[in-house]
Design a protein around this ligand. Sequence first.
Ligand code: SAJ
Length: 408
Amino acid sequence: MCKVCVIGLGYIGLPTALILAASDVDVVGIDYNPELVSILNSGKTTFKEDGLDELFQNARDKGISFGTKYIPAKIYIVAVPTPYNEQTKKIDPSYICSAISDILAVCQKDTIIVIESTISPGTIDRYVRPIFHDSKYTLGEDIHIAHAPERIIPGKMITELIYNSRTIGSDNGAIGEQIKSVYSTFCKGEIVLTNIRTAEMTKVVENTFRDINIAFANELAKICRQGGMDVNEIIRIANMHPRVNILQPGPGVGGHCISVDPWFLVGDYPSLSLLIHEARKVNDSMPAYVLKRVNAIMAETGQADISRVGFYGITYKEDVDDIRESPTLQLNEIMKNHLGAYVRFYDPMLKNAVIDGQIMDFDTFLASTDLVVIMVAHKHIKENMDKLSEKIVLDTRNICRLPGCYHL
Ligand code: SAJ
């Protein structure tokens, strides 16, 4: 029987499985997607992340294996997606629930199941515990459940896996200690033991805090534009105060975490989450606001041809290849619905086209655009900023220092 079985080999499960294996833990990685498993078994990783390829090699040398079939293990780490229902805003626990049912079909007594996926507070009580009612195992006696939410940030995942502190929520301190000893094989941060509901809520609170802070910055950007003030300079100076730390305005909040998790609180506590809900609305309004800025700049500079507008950056943030909930894709939807416009897109992190109008070569993209909108602050554009010197530039990320450049 293997020691740890990681279920779900996406952005969180894969690095977690690899770092455990590299730390001499006996690990098997499981994913329901046979194509993904076959890529991993052929010796390739499935997304770009600093240090991931080296870690992958190391884990393979130590004997990690990947498969599609659930097998018996002492500990399962579940890292499957947890989307929200667009209508109710509540969590959709279906991936979590089917992973637990599949584990119960193969596991033996004394197994520990650790959910790493972000879940809304109460998910384990509401959706996971009832699964055990129809099982031959008694939860808390034969099988134990815990929640150890991941906290790593794409772009710095491997460093954060090692140095971030972690939270482990369990029903039973001794089980919490056992899980802690597994994470301690690689984690140098503090590992805090608490109960399940606290661990669930803490993770959602962390991402909600960041969403509200970014919404504040985005709202300031709109106020400062209207009032003829420079939002970036104002935030820079305000942040010199020892108790102020405002994040950066931008074209919207993407990714599968910050733009999703606050909805869990809005879905479950609609009358109590007014600020959280407004912050979500402010951040979701930003792609349309960028389009408004594009129209204003076109009018001001006498640019009439929208097809000569190019959007630089399609991923949800800098230096990752993840396009989930990307502001650029949201902006494209708005343009398709309201303008039917055909504009250009370019992203150096994407090897395949994901959107109509995407140009795969930077020089061709530049040749076909007069107005470039910087949507993502990839290292690539910072290093090639001089190539935009003849263009009209709208910089939504405050990275361009070319004279005459426009901001949010
Ligand atoms: N963004 C801004 N302004 C900022 C910072 C970010 O507009 O000042 C935008 C980004 O461009 C991006 C979005 O917000 O579109 C989210 O990016 P992010 O870098 O803030 O966060 P994520 O989603 O990549 O990762 C977050 C992290 N959570 C926190 O920092 C509290 C990470 O630690 C979590 O592990 C991750 O969510 C997760 O998986 O939950």
